[in-house]
Design a protein around this ligand. Structure first.
Ligand code: PEP
Ligand code: MG
Length: 581
């Protein structure tokens, strides 16, 4: 019988196919006590297993070098680093020596406790790191017991991988030509699986409670990554509806292809620059194919969450340089580390905050852990000679913060000059406007920076006081709330009064109806995930600036988000030949 389940829409797109139930292979773990004179031998076995596990990962990198993305490589590197972490190894060895047990028992017992603690945490990031530790521990146990672990790299046919969780290393080597959908009981939007799924355009719905009890391998299944729905054993009516929807979407996508090479300009001559948001270097080719005019937001979190990059100016420099060289003559906007809130990393940030979203986040973290911040700035400025770099800062909420950032920038530039290191003197410095206090201070802040970039994801969260990741209050998360439209307009007006440019880089920039209002406000640039660029180009080329201004004026008179929504939908419903969700 047909069954519909809801989860988190982690990667967009729809696929109709067959489920493949992926269950982690059980490893048989021999557990026994050892005598004092056998301890040395067990420690040696442990050392060998750790070393072989590292070699296996190094080989995985080499064998898959042509297909691994930057993010995936980073992930393998993280696991290699975890394996070589002396503290991790010593914990296991101490357990072995204190309890007189074999190497397998020591690995199992030590990591089980640690993983248990991480999984119980309320923090999504800590939960996700638990899967990294499980992955690494399984690899070591596989080595100790000489068991070859099955994986997702050898799939017989095209399928929807359905699992409790996919270990990060599984996500990396899975056969992306055969995996057309991912459904997991675990995971959130920031999990590695979600990032990889988005980078490869595989529809994914994560956090689907109880799915494993309901699905068997071979079951027909629909994965709707747009709405976060999965349908098991769909009836013929539902199948027809989805097929029709996919067909229509395909027609729309095909018809939009002719916009990729065009610019977003209205008939009456208002030009809007459309750029892409990216998280890993591997997305660059796709971004170019979609006709982006540069990068409007590179979220550097996924790079810096890798300890190796966080600690190395040189390694960061190489990534920034590669990014700039990929966009000759086009701007690349890199945002400095925005950790905290729902983006906590294993070894960074405070895992026990009562109110993480209002806590040690974004620029607040960077200003207090300045070595990471300064290292990132030095790497950025050094790379600046390779292209048109713009740097921006997340979560600015007061003038003092902005003063401190600008102060550190001049110190970093002075240091580089003193060391004879060249950098571009034309790097534009901007700030994200994503906290209501920044909107209210926009006139003052605009005098200090070269550009604003509005982060609507957070601006909506902080001005309506609605957690952007909490399903229970999702109904309040309303981009068309009149208060939000007013805040956006205030920011745009303040920027232009002070002769600086203003862009929008939150999800709202990719909403066709919102794009009309943003055009009406005179927003200079929109930045979004690359697959939305052509549809927004189409919208802008099919309305006039005058009309957008008139629509905005009409909307500004309205007092309810629902009224604004209805008005825009009715007015534009049949106009562009696209669906409004
Ligand atoms: C935003 O808040 O709108 C934004 C673009 O930043 P992030 O989604 O990374 O918080
Ligand atoms: Mg933000």
């Amino acid at each position: 019988m047909m069954e519909k389940l809801k989860g988190i829409p982690a990667s967009p797109g729809i696929y109709i196919g067959k489920a493949f139930l992926y269950q982690e292979q059980r490893i048989d773990i021999p557990m026994y006590s050892v005598k004092a004179d056998e301890i040395e031998n067990e420690l040696q076995r442990l050392d060998n297993a750790f070393e072989m596990a590292q070699v296996e990962l190094e080989n995985l990198k080499i064998i898959n070098s042509s297909v691994l993305s930057n993010g995936e490589n980073l992930l393998v590197d993280t696991h290699i680093l975890m394996l070589s972490d002396p503290e991790f190894q010593n914990n296991i060895k101490n357990y072995l020596m204190q309890n007189f047990v074999n190497a397998e028992s020591a690995v199992y017992s030590t990591t089980k406790e640690f993983i248990g603690e991480l999984s119980l945490s309320n923090n999504t990031y800590a939960k996700e790191r638990a899967s990294d530790f499980r992955d690494v521990a399984r690899r070591v146990l596989g080595m100790l017991t000489s068991q070859r672990l099955r994986n997702l790299s050898e799939l017989a046919e095209e399928c929807v991988v359905t699992a409790k969780d996919i270990l990060p290393s599984d996500a990396i080597i899975m056969d992306k030509k055969k995996v057309h959908g991912i459904v997991l009981e675990a995971g959130g939007r920031t999990s590695h699986t979600a990032i990889i799924a988005r980078a490869f355009g595989i529809p994914a719905v994560l956090g689907v409670a109880g799915v494993l009890q309901k699905v068997k391998t071979g079951h027909p299944i629909i994965v709707d990554g747009d709405t976060g729905t999965i349908i098991i054993d769909p009836d013929s009516k539902t199948l027809d509806e989805y097929r029709h929807y996919i067909e229509k979407n395909q027609e729309i996508t095909d018809s939009l292809k002719r916009y990729t090479k065009k610019v977003a300009e209205t008939d009456d001559g208002k030009r809007v620059i459309l750029k892409a948001n990216i998280e890993i270097l591997n997305e660059v080719e796709n971004v170019k194919a979609q006709g982006a005019e540069g990068i409007g937001l590179f979220r550097s979190e996924f790079l810096l969450m890798q300890n190796e990059y966080q600690q190395s100016e040189k390694k960061q420099f190489e990534v920034y340089k590669a990014l700039l060289e990929n966009f000759p003559g086009q701007p690349v906007t890199i945002r400095t580390l925005d950790i905290g809130g729902d983006k906590i990393f294993a070894d960074l940030g405070d895992h026990n905050e009562k109110n993480p979203l209002l806590g040690w986040r974004g620029i607040r973290f960077s200003l207090s852990v300045q070595d990471i911040f300064r290292r990132q700035l030095r790497a950025l400025f050094r790379a600046s000679v390779y292209g048109d770099l713009k740097i921006m800062f997340p979560m600015i909420s007061s003038m003092e913060e902005l003063d401190s950032v600008l102060d550190i920038i001049s110190q970093v530039k002075n240091e580089l000059s003193a060391a004879g290191i060249s950098f571009s003197h034309d790097v534009k410095i901007g700030m994200m406007v994503e906290v209501p206090s920044a909107v209210l201070e926009a006139d003052n802040m605009a005098k200090k920076v070269d550009f604003f970039s509005i982060g609507t994801n957070d601006l909506i969260q902080y001005s309506i006081a609605v957690d952007r990741g909490n399903e229970k209050v999702a109904y309040l998360y309303q981009p068309f709330n009149p208060a939000i439209i007013r805040l956006l307009k205030m920011t745009a007006d303040a920027a232009h009064r002070n002769n600086i440019t203003v862009s929008v880089c939150g999800e709202a920039a990719a909403d066709p109806l919102m794009a009309i209002l943003l055009l009406g406000m005179g927003i200079d640039e929109l930045s979004m995930s690359s697959q939305s660029i052509s549809v927004i180009k189409k919208i802008i080329r099919n309305v006039t600036y005058d009309e957008a201004k008139a629509t905005l004026s009409a909307v500004c008179e309205m007092k309810r988000g629902s009224e604004i929504n209805n008005y825009l939908r009715t007015k534009y419903n049949d106009r562009f030949g696209i669906y409004f969700q």
